[in-house]
Design a protein around this ligand. Structure first.
Ligand SMILES: NC(=O)c1ccc[n+]([C@@H]2O[C@H](COP(=O)([O-])OP(=O)(O)OC[C@H]3O[C@@H](n4cnc5c(N)ncnc54)[C@H](O)[C@@H]3O)[C@@H](O)[C@H]2O)c1
Length: 248
């Protein structure tokens, strides 16, 4: 590790498991102090693993009041906020018009509403530090149609790409950069157990012919959060092994 985030502070949502947990681990290895947040309780395990550099906070991103409290706690525990990575998300859902109202509400509340208010309060928390970097987790599903993926999930993720541009525009002159990562099929814990046929089919979508790893998502999050990306904002970057570059 090269100390890319030495002296920086960060919030990571969805850090109880999966990609969020790996990002928190990577940021700490690069020198950051991190508030790790989740609604599941597993943020405590992540913080225990990471030791003194991490603080746990339980927050459900469907509720603005909990998000506001999370960023207040980050400022209190870490002293300032330089980076906020919004990973919390709920996958799945029925395909096409078979989606239920309940599922649609669950997607939009977690992904779209959650991202709106995480960005709002992250930006406010960063202003006193004179700038910062926000990284939102979208999906390749936000960019193009795929028959295996729920319309409701894709639409909520597409809204994240729009919010990313909106916040980048609003806060650019304050030195706050806002970007999104659109992962392709990635082997977080839950995806290691999908049926073999689904695993083969989703892996084959990538030009590289395989699934991505949480570490590969974390590497791009690290770049976007770091000063190496100082002139990069408003973008949604596919990290998908070439999935979205294909015609079919
Ligand atoms: N893994 C993939 O293949 C893939 C592909 C495209 C996009 N993504 C996106 O990347 C992100 C991470 O994916 P993952 O595979 O690590 O998922 P995951 O399900 O393993 O982890 C998501 C985490 O978010 C937390 N979470 C869910 N709802 C929450 C809420 N309302 N408030 C707070 N925390 C909540 C969960 O407890 C969990 O710890 C998600 O936003 C997902 O949509 C993942």
């Amino acid at each position: 590790m090269t100390g890319m985030l030495q002296g920086k502070t960060a919030v990571v949502t969805g850090a109880g498991t999966g990609i969020g947990r790996v990002i928190a681990r990577r940021f700490v290895a690069e020198g950051a102090r991190v508030l790790v947040s989740d609604f599941s309780g597993e943020q405590e395990d992540t913080a225990a693993e990471l030791g003194e550099a991490a603080v746990a906070f339980q927050a459900d991103v469907r509720h603005e009041a909990e998000i506001e409290e999370m960023f207040a706690q980050a400022l209190e525990a870490l002293g300032r906020l330089d980076i906020s990575v919004h990973v919390a998300g709920n996958p799945g859902g029925r395909w096409g018009e078979e989606i239920t109202e309940e599922e649609f509400d669950a997607f939009t509340q977690t992904h779209l509403k959650g991202m709106m208010f995480c960005c709002k309060h992250a930006a406010r928390a960063m202003l006193p530090a004179g700038g910062g970097a926000i990284v939102n987790f979208s999906s390749t599903a936000s960019l193009n149609y795929d028959p295996l993926i729920s319309f409701g999930y894709s639409a909520a993720k597409a809204g994240i790409n729009s919010l990313t541009k909106g916040f980048a525009g609003r806060y650019g002159k304050d030195g706050i950069r806002v970007n999104a990562i659109a992962p392709g099929f990635t082997l977080s814990e839950k995806n290691r157990n999908v049926p073999e046929q689904v695993m083969a089919s989703l892996s084959a979508r990538a030009m590289l012919g395989r699934a991505g790893t949480p570490e590969e998502q974390a590497s791009v999050a690290l770049f976007l959060a770091s000063d190496l990306a100082s002139f990069v904002t408003g973008l949604t970057i596919p990290v998908d092994g070439g999935w979205t570059a294909r015609l079919a």
